[in-house]
Design a protein around this ligand. Structure first.
Ligand code: IDP
Ligand code: MG
Length: 140
């Protein structure tokens, strides 16, 4: 059964480029409620752990360096059909292939520095949310 939560990060490129406010506005405007949020920076170790599923891929080291290169905004979002609807809102991994108006089409600069993360399944949304937030930091 589909749950109603997903996990996102506004990545270091979008933070550096001043897009936190616009991205949060688009997320809220699409009907997602923020139930947990923090402004933080991942260590290389934490970034490597978060993206462990990609270990061994050619872009893994670059991804870990990038994701630990500056602050991020991490958040848990709530909405019916959250995972699929949020993937639709952010667009394809490669911004050149992302539909017009999606967050990545508007704010990503490359396939690596692509502005936002979005969970790809209900199971991963739960795992990723718990990776960043304690139960006491989530407000339903
Ligand atoms: P997703 O974020 O759209 O789910 P994934 O395939 O899960 O895409 O890849 C995780 C992240 O790794 C991407 O968001 C992007 O930052 C980075 N990445 C994926 N493919 C490449 C690549 O070919 N070159 C550089 N970075 C990549
Ligand atoms: Mg992914």
């Amino acid at each position: 059964m589909a749950t109603n939560r997903t996990f996102t990060m506004i990545k270091p490129d979008a933070v550096r480029n001043g897009h936190i406010g616009a991205i949060l506005e688009q997320i809220n405007g699409a009907g997602f409620k923020i139930v947990a949020m923090k402004y933080t920076q991942l260590s290389k170790e934490k970034a490597g752990e978060f993206y462990a599923v990609h270990r061994g891929r050619p872009f893994y080291d670059e991804l870990v360096d990038f994701m630990s290169s500056g602050p991020i905004v991490a958040a848990i979002l709530e909405k019916g059909n959250a995972v699929a609807d949020f993937r639709k809102l952010i667009g394809a991994t490669n911004p050149d292939e992302a539909d017009a108006g999606t967050i990545r089409a508007k704010y990503a600069t490359s396939i690596g520095e692509n502005a936002v993360h979005g969970s790809d399944s209900d199971e991963n949304a739960e795992i990723e949310g718990s990776f960043h937030f304690a139960g006491t930091e989530v407000f339903a």
